[in-house]
Design a protein around this ligand. Structure first.
Ligand SMILES: [Zn+2]
Ligand SMILES: [Zn+2]
Length: 287
């Protein structure tokens, strides 16, 4: 793939239903998008109708959107030591995978989870066991469970590449697990992607610990908080501590041209801010 053919887009609103995201994303010129497949602040949602799913799959196929991913509900915590929350989370993520499979969405992004004081080793095992139950309930599904790397706020896991590695090494079906790098998160977690030399080291480390082939999406967000702050606050591209330099490093790395890049930067209802952020990213691509 050539540098200028990289898939770029943003998280897109589903106000009015999942199908409403397609014309909005097209109007904004996205070649990639992320959606929620339901209200992200609720545990459950009415099931998707077959007509709605068919219309979504056909709409995407007929559009210029070449990659779609979903982000799961913010309530889900696969690392919870509380059995009730754990079971609710497992059920909710199973439902989200089912929705993605119906919609033909290939990647369901999730935050690995928080151990809430039980320790990281406990958390990793708990998350892996949740994924095993979820994958067992959804045999043969094409959609992957995509671990999003995190800033490591509180007891959230996923702020070290090793956490993703250990989850993948523990699950029964590692072929069903992929990884998403959120630039703001890994920067806040201490991975310096701004400095060009350190950037190379970070990517080499990812490749060594997890393997670059596992990397199937980027969340492209600048960070309102400094390197190593462990605080997750998204900023507009170039406005935060990562700055344009960090995004230039990634966008001109030929190993990563194939990986779609999706904005989760602040936006209003019309998402016009996405246009400005995308224009800034496109200018960084050297041809
Ligand atoms: Zn996320
Ligand atoms: Zn974030």
């Amino acid at each position: 793939m050539r540098a200028k053919d990289q898939l770029l887009g943003a998280h897109t609103s589903i106000q009015g239903g999942v199908n409403a995201a397609i014309p909005l994303a097209q109007k904004l010129g996205f070649t990639a998008m992320q959606i929620f497949t339901k209200n992200n602040n609720r545990w459950s949602a009415p099931p998707l109708k077959e007509e709605e799913a068919t219309s979504f799959r056909e709409g995407i196929a007929a559009s210029g959107i070449k990659f779609v991913m979903a982000h799961d509900s913010y309530l889900i915590n696969l690392g919870s030591p509380d059995d009730e929350i754990f079971n609710k989370s497992v059920n909710a993520m199973t439902d989200e995978l089912e929705r993605c499979e119906m919609l033909g969405i290939p990647q369901l992004n999730f935050h690995p989870g928080a151990h809430l004081g039980e320790g990281e080793a406990f958390g990793i095992k708990r998350i892996a066991s949740a994924l095993d139950i979820i994958h067992e309930r959804t045999p043969g599904f094409k959609v992957k469970s995509m671990i999003e790397l995190t800033a490591g706020q509180g007891s959230a896991l996923g702020y070290r590449f090793e956490h993703a590695r250990d989850i993948i090494a523990t699950v029964k079906h590692p072929e069903r697990v992929t990884v998403c790098i959120d630039t703001a998160h890994i920067f806040a977690a201490g991975y310096d992607i701004k400095d060009p030399v350190k950037y190379q080291e970070v990517i080499a480390e990812f490749d060594c610990v997890i393997g670059l082939e596992r990397l199937q999406a980027f969340h492209f967000n600048d960070s309102k908080k400094p390197l190593g702050s462990r605080v997750d606050r998204h900023d507009h591209i170039g406005a935060g501590f990562i700055g344009l330099e960090g995004f230039r490093n990634i966008l001109n790395d030929s190993r990563l041209f194939r990986v779609p890049k999706i904005l989760e930067t602040p936006k209003g209802k019309e998402q016009l801010e996405d246009l400005e952020n995308l224009a800034r990213l496109r200018e960084l691509i050297e041809v």
